[in-house]
Write a protein of this length. Structure first.
Lengths: 339, 220
């Protein structure tokens, strides 16, 4: 094949035609699978880089598209991070189904213990823990951030607390409510609080936001699809003549659409990377304030950023959306072109 | 090679454009297709190149019934043809080389093969050395020859030339006709649509004459 392809200096027309014939025949009959793969790879590489070249050439258009897309994508990512960070706050509380019984201020430790022992006998109770006034004060100082304020008081204002952990089987339904009601009847108990309630509320709120995030994600993905599609549509129009000519000399639809799909890929890819930068910069700006706030609460809260796999997923999804948006538009345009 | 059997074509807006056209072109045959404006020359060409479809009758090309070809197969049929247009239809933002290479790129030739074939086609039309030029920097005759080089670079079975000399002076026209005769000599079928009567009369080739959609001379 190589030998046949070698061209001697060509002087007359007939030898040119002969040479052409030889080359043509080898490519039709003798072209090995490897040769075809190389040519196919070349075609793709050519489309990949020429589409990038065209994007760079149409500077403003491409830039505007990428900016709009990166803002849309970073909105979705920002919302995602907001939820992930809020979720982090409730992780410790997830298993919390305990009941806190705040006793009257004048109840002594001895009678508190007696009450605790009584509660332990209840078959639906798994464990009871007595938190003395001193323990409660220390805990409050450690975790609330208002330690100094409490220390300024002459007398410990905190009551003795019994932490009752019900059997797991009680977790659902009305049973646990009944238990709380029973505890409230005891003379020593001032106030009974079911922790589960507000944990549940918080979790439900997060679930709602997650649902909202998914909806917003879908909307923003749609926006990415449409915006990419529109940019590709414009590119298709400016290259319409070229496409018609290519089709007249035997281009298949997949040949025609290839550079556009790559354009879509580049748009999505760069938008994804841009969005990552936008989100990360915004998080860095927020980081200081959040850490200050967290310090004020003596909390060990750490702001979550986009992780490695999340970043990969972000770029993958945005590239995919770019390709998809481009594909849809090119299919429609090719249909309209017919011929 | 190419056979029209009772082919008619009707457009909703204008009615019958072709009426029961029958003719047969053999391998290596050269023929003119002529007739007044609107006689159906373009439609006949478009039917062969499958730019238009939906005719009655039967068109056989290279032993294939064109009405049986699925849309996805059209590109592969076109690769066996070389189309030449009156307005050249060149890519004006690409070099001469890239224009001529287009069919080969589409067909997936390696860059080495493309290089050889494009240079061969350009030398055939006398444009070797102008590979790097842009089409608009060339004269009309040269642009048409770029179009011809593009049409023959992949060694088609048939060349369909629609008014290839329409924009050229008689001397250039004769030159281009001479080129077509050379392709004919190596077994390529050539069908040239033209209303250039003087050109037809100087050359002794078969003439298919269309009149209001009917073939009045040169049929089977």
């Amino acid at each position: 094949m190589k030998q046949k392809n070698k061209h001697k200096p060509i002087n007359n027309h007939n030898s040119v035609i002969e040479a052409k014939r030889n080359v043509k025949q080898t490519s039709k009959t003798g072209g090995t699978f490897a040769d075809k793969m190389v040519a196919y790879r070349d075609q793709h590489a050519q489309a990949l880089f020429s589409s990038l070249g065209r994007l760079i050439a149409s500077r403003l258009n491409a830039l505007l598209t990428v900016i709009v897309l990166s803002i849309s994508i970073s909105l979705a990512c920002g919302f995602y991070l907001l939820i992930m960070n809020t979720k982090q706050l409730t992780v410790d509380l997830e298993s919390s189904n305990q009941i806190s019984l705040f006793l009257h201020d004048d109840v002594t430790l001895a009678s508190a213990n007696r009450l605790a022992n009584g509660i332990k006998l209840d078959p639906s109770v798994q464990a009871v823990k007595v938190i003395t006034k001193e323990q409660a004060l220390k805990e409050f100082e450690d975790f609330s951030g208002f330690g100094d304020a409490v220390r300024a008081l002459e007398k410990n204002p905190l009551p003795i607390v019994l932490q009752v952990i019900p059997k797991n089987s009680l977790e659902e339904g009305q049973n646990i409510e009944t238990l709380v009601e029973n505890f409230k009847q005891a003379a020593e108990v001032d106030f009974a609080q079911l922790d589960l309630h507000w944990v549940k509320r918080l979790q439900t709120m997060i679930e709602v936001s997650q649902c909202a995030m998914i909806l917003m994600g879908i909307l923003l993905s749609l926006a990415v699809l449409v915006i990419t599609g529109n940019t590709i549509r414009l590119e298709f129009h400016t290259r319409r003549d070229e496409i018609i000519i290519a089709k007249l000399v035997g281009a298949t639809n997949s040949f025609v659409q290839r550079p556009f799909l790559y354009s879509g890929f580049w748009i999505g890819f760069f938008s994804g990377i841009n969005a990552w930068f936008i989100v990360t910069i915004m998080m860095l700006i927020l980081k200081q304030s959040v850490e200050k706030l967290s310090m004020l609460y003596n909390s060990s809260f750490h702001l979550l950023f986009m992780g490695f796999f999340e970043t990969l997923a972000l770029i993958f999804v945005s590239s995919l959306l770019g390709i998809a948006g481009s594909w849809v538009v090119v299919q429609i345009q090719l249909q309209q072109l017919k011929g | 090679m190419l056979e029209f059997d009772n082919v008619s074509m009707r457009y909703l807006e204008v009615g019958d454009v072709l009426r029961n056209v029958s003719f047969r072109l053999f391998k290596g045959e050269i023929a003119f297709l002529t007739g007044h404006s609107g006689a159906g020359k373009s439609t006949l060409f478009k039917l062969i190149a499958m730019i238009e479809r939906g005719n009655r009758g039967k068109i056989m090309f290279n032993r294939k019934d064109l009405s049986q070809i699925r849309a996805s197969q059209i590109p592969y049929i076109r690769r066996e043809m070389g189309l030449i247009f009156q307005d050249y239809k060149l890519l004006n933002d690409r070099t001469v080389f890239d224009n001529v290479a287009l069919p080969l790129v589409i067909m997936g030739y390696s860059s080495k093969e493309i290089n050889g074939l494009v240079r061969a086609a350009l030398s055939k039309v006398g444009l070797l050395g102008k590979e790097r030029k842009l089409p608009l920097t060339l004269s009309g005759g040269e642009q048409q020859r770029v179009g011809i080089a593009r049409a023959v670079v992949h060694k088609p079975l048939i060349i369909l030339a629609d008014e290839p000399t329409g924009n050229l002076d008689p001397e250039l026209s004769a030159e281009i006709m001479h080129l077509f005769e050379q392709f004919q000599n190596v077994g390529v079928t050539v069908l040239i649509a033209t209303h250039d009567i003087s050109l037809i009369s100087t050359l002794n080739h078969r003439v298919l004459r269309l009149d209001h959609g009917s073939l009045v001379a040169g049929g089977k």
